[in-house]
Design a protein around this ligand. Structure first.
Ligand code: NAD
Length: 483
């Protein structure tokens, strides 16, 4: 592969030059240096990739499960072997601290593959009535992904898609294309058959061209709700299947019996990790009004541990945001919140004094936030936590559910029954109890404007199936035994 001449599209098993001369500058958000110049793929590139994936589908969909899982195992080994290079690349593309990059930005995609391998072998044909239900692959999948967990969001789609027998065209975020190029090298070295995995690079227009191409059967999109709507509209013309993992404004409910010295510092982590650039960030802290002052004091103390710095320094906990556009949008959100009556507990919108350069935002806590304020309703995607008070449990649940989104949520309590009762009433795709870590075996996805469909584990794999019923006039004796 020769990136300097723009040959960074991987189509039909070969590195090819784009049909476009447009380029995208990849900028390190900490140093603001241009670190690479990537091709902005054309409509023709999208078509070439879709056709290559369609051509490969007939044979890939007929391979044995063992063969498909074998490819995923080799890709997993390839990611592990290049983990340090991938972690550094992701940190320089989007700014997250190198320690986090090594642990999460590489650990999660490896976990995604494992979660697929763990469930794929169990999904045999089922017998229902007189029919055998065969899990056919849905077809050619367009995977369109964002920049905040770039490799994780890619693998959460393509590992199950490939295991199911689908072929894939990946269009990663134009902010973070370089890790995807390494992934394509890994697929190539792993002996992926031609056209099974294809990579095109580009922005919104390249994505639209891909979604609209007649050879694409399904679009799996992760990104903003605005982007998801546009993708769903373009896919509706097919119509084609869509899975949408979109934004969030998730609530973290602190019950009055929670261990506050443990819950509040951990809640900051649930809001600030990856500089808050997490779709499932628990960015609304719903607290008992009677404990608000105590909670603000614990939070103001705990925030001191969230140091900003050079993301390549292993001691740094918070790097810059992914780019200046993101920084400007978070600054506007903080300023808007204060204008609408929220009170700044700590942080603020100004460029941090110690970080005069780069897309940095000081971790910020706002209190006296109310559900009608923009800061409580709109996704911020930055290290900003909004504290909202409640009078009783019913009000806490009402505030949590008073959102256009429904991706994630959290509950903290010393009593498991109380915590479960609240969790069951939250209208979200998942609820985290007492700071539990992510469970990649469990389904991940949202309700309301947070999306359609689920990723990870068994539910994630099933998204890529088109179940086919093969029906006999009467059940065969073998099938009757199975039912
Ligand atoms: P984005 O919507 O701007 O872009 C996401 C991807 O979609 C990129 O590859 C982009 O080029 C492409 N794209 C954008 N508009 C498109 C269109 N009209 N047609 C086809 N492709 C299009 O989002 P982003 O800024 O990259 O990522 C941040 C957003 O992603 C946040 O809103 C965040 O909540 C969301 N997100 C959701 C999840 C989840 O699983 N629910 C995970 C991570 C991020």
């Amino acid at each position: 592969m020769d990136q300097s001449s723009g040959r960074i599209l991987y189509i039909g098993g070969a590195w090819v030059a784009s049909k476009s001369t447009d380029v995208i500058a990849v900028i390190n958000p900490a140093t603001e240096a241009v670190i690479a110049s990537a091709t902005a793929g054309s409509r023709q590139d999208a078509a070439d990739a879709a056709i290559a994936a369609r051509t490969a589908f007939d044979s890939w969909s007929q391979t044995s499960l063992d063969e498909r899982l074998g490819l995923l195992r080799r890709v997993s080994a390839g990611i592990a072997a290049r983990a340090d290079e991938l972690a550094r690349t992701i940190t320089s593309e989007m700014g997250c601290p190198i320690g986090f990059s090594r642990a999460a930005q590489i650990g999660l995609p490896l976990g995604d593959i494992k979660a697929t391998l763990d469930v794929a072998a169990d999904l045999d044909d089922r017998v229902i009535g007189r029919s055998i239900i065969q899990n056919d692959p849905v077809g050619v999948v367009a995977a369109i992904t964002p920049w905040n967990f770039p490799l994780h969001q890619i693998m959460a789609k393509i590992a199950p898609a490939l295991a199911a027998g689908c072929t894939v065209v990946l269009k990663p975020s134009e902010v973070t294309p370089l890790n995807a190029v390494i992934l394509a090298e890994i697929f190539h070295a792993a002996g992926a058959p031609k056209g099974v995995f294809n990579l095109i690079i580009g922005g919104r227009e390249t994505g639209q061209a891909l979604v609209s191409h007649p050879d694409i059967d399904m679009v799996s999109f992760t990104g903003s709700t605005r982007g998801g709507r546009a993708v769903a509209q373009a896919a509706a013309k097919g119509p084609k299947k869509v899975a949408l993992e979109l934004g969030g404004k998730s609530a973290n409910i602190i019950l009055d019996d929670a261990d506050l010295e443990k819950a509040i510092p951990a809640s900051l982590g649930q809001a600030f990790i990856n500089s808050g650039q997490v779709c499932a960030a628990l960015s609304r802290l719903i607290v008992p009004e009677s404990r608000r002052k105590q909670i603000e004091a614990i939070a103001a103390q705990a925030v001191k541990g969230w140091t900003l710095g050079d993301p390549m320094d292993p001691a740094t906990r918070l790097g810059p945001l992914a780019n200046r556009t993101q920084q400007a949008s978070v600054r506007d959100a903080i300023n808007g919140a204060v204008e609408q009556g929220a009170r700044l507990v700590t942080g603020g919108s100004q460029q941090p004094v110690a970080q005069p350069k780069g897309a940095y935002i000081t971790p910020t806590i706002l209190s006296d936030v109310h559900s009608h304020m923009d800061i409580a309703r709109q996704e911020t995607f930055g290290p900003v936590l909004s504290i909202i008070g409640y009078a009783d449990e019913a009000e806490a649940v009402r505030i949590a559910n008073d959102s256009d989104y429904g991706l994630s949520g959290g509950v903290w309590s010393g009593n498991d029954d109380r915590m479960m009762a609240i969790a069951r009433r939250m209208r979200t795709g998942q609820v985290i109890l007492n700071g539990a870590s992510l469970d990649l075996a469990a389904p991940f996805g949202g309700v309301k404007q947070s999306g359609i469909g689920r990723e990870n584990g068994r539910y994630g794999l099933e998204e890529y199936f088109a179940p086919k019923a093969i029906t006999r006039p009467s059940a065969s004796p073998a099938e009757e035994k199975k039912t």
